[in-house]
Structures are given as C-alpha cells and as structure tokens.
Write a protein of this length. Structure first.
Lengths: 110, 116
C-alpha cells in the first residue's frame, strides 16, 4: 500500500514567522510531488510542484525534496493569517493518479 | 483563468437512489479524475480517465460506480444505488499530463453528496 504521511497538526505559528510542513512517502518510484492548500469546506488548490531533489521557490513558498530520504517539505515565509488552512502533500508515481496525505492544519496567529 | 466546474454543488438523496455528478474539465486537458473526501478524512482517489476509457481505479470504485464522457466537454460520475457511506464531497480534477508523470491536477469546487 503506497502511503503519504503528514503530521495532522495543528501547527500554530505567529504571524510573520516561517511555517514548516513535512511529508514522507513510501513509494521509492514516486516521480512528482505537489503541495495543495485546502480551506475548510473548499477544494484543494495547487500551490507548488517539485520533481527533482533540492529546493524550489515561488514567492513566499519553498518546496524541498529529498528522494533518498523520501521526504518533501513546504516552507512558508512571512506567514499570514490568510495562510491558515490544511496543507495537503500529494505524490505521483508511475500511474496517472496522485496519492494524498491526510494534511497538516496550519494556524497562523495574528 | 480556466477552471474545472462541477454540478450540483450539493445533492441530497435517499439511500438506494441513483446519483449523477457532472464535471466540465479544463478544455485542453486530457486526463480526468474523480476523488472523494469524507468529512474530516483525506482526499481519496476513485478513478482516472484518459482517451475515453478508465486508466486506473481504486478499490472504492466498485460496480456501483461508473464514469462517462458523454460528449466533448462533460465528464460524469454515476453512483447506481447510493449507500449511507457514499456521503462525501466528490471532487473532479483534470490535468494536461498524467498526474503521476508530473501533470498538475486542478480541482473543481466539489459536489457534496448527502445520502439519507
């Protein structure tokens, strides 16, 4: 069973701080990795994708991938209350589908 | 900005009734998906569809479920005889390339199904 694991949280950070979200996956053949944000009652919204080892930055967001450790992370700099949401890690392997983790609830305190 | 649209946004049905959920994927996308999310749980894969046929399905996607692309724009999920445990939010998604090969999935707003 291919699994994607995330700490469910809540992760509470003060406004302006860096939020660090982590994800591990079980399938060594995984090739594509995504972070989605999901507000309560809403659909997942794509934030970032990453495919190769290292860091990828997009504005306040940085995704990090370490395939040897089967580990993906998302850093959110200068966290804002509007960043408060559940962050979903999704992993793709050799098939069409993405497998989602349970998500980490982030709460940014004003 | 192109988006995936889903109808209805909320459907209430009696156990045993048939339900059809509709989706219009992004127009140049080739891969289509249905996922579901039971309240408080994770987003679960149901089925992927490419080139007018199912390319992969999960254990959840049993004989009660079917998908169809009846024309060039719509993508539907049918549940033949709904059960209480089918109550969930159903998300349609589409991508240009296969999700597992780097394709970014874009999700619709979801259809909330409540089975009484």
């Amino acid at each position: 069973q291919k699994e994607v694991e995330q700490n469910s949280g809540p992760l509470s950070v003060p406004e302006g701080a860096i939020a660090s979200l982590n994800c591990t996956y079980s399938d060594r053949g995984s090739q594509s990795f995504f972070w989605y944000r999901q507000y309560s009652g809403k659909s997942p919204e794509l934030i970032m994708s990453i495919y190769s080892n290292g860091d990828k930055e997009d504005g306040r967001f940085t995704a990090q991938l370490n395939k040897a450790s089967q580990y993906v992370s998302l850093l959110i700099r200068d966290s804002q209350p509007s960043d408060s949401a559940t962050y979903l890690c999704a992993v793709g392997g050799a098939t069409n589908k993405l497998i989602f983790g349970t998500g980490t609830l982030l709460a940014v305190q004003p | 900005e192109p988006e995936v649209t889903q109808t209805p946004s909320h459907q209430v049905t009696q156990m045993g009734q048939e339900v059809i959920l509709r989706c219009v994927p992004i127009s140049n996308h080739l891969y289509f998906y249905w996922y579901r999310q039971i309240l408080g749980q994770k987003v679960e894969f149901l089925v992927s569809f490419y080139n007018n046929e199912i390319s992969e399905k999960s254990e959840i996607f049993d004989d009660q479920f079917s998908v169809e692309r009846p024309d060039g724009s719509n993508f539907t999920l049918k549940i033949r005889s709904t059960k209480l445990e089918d109550s969930a939010m159903y998300f349609c998604a589409s991508s240009e390339r296969a999700g597992g090969l780097g394709g970014e999935l874009f999700f619709g707003e979801g259809s909330r199904l409540t089975v009484l």
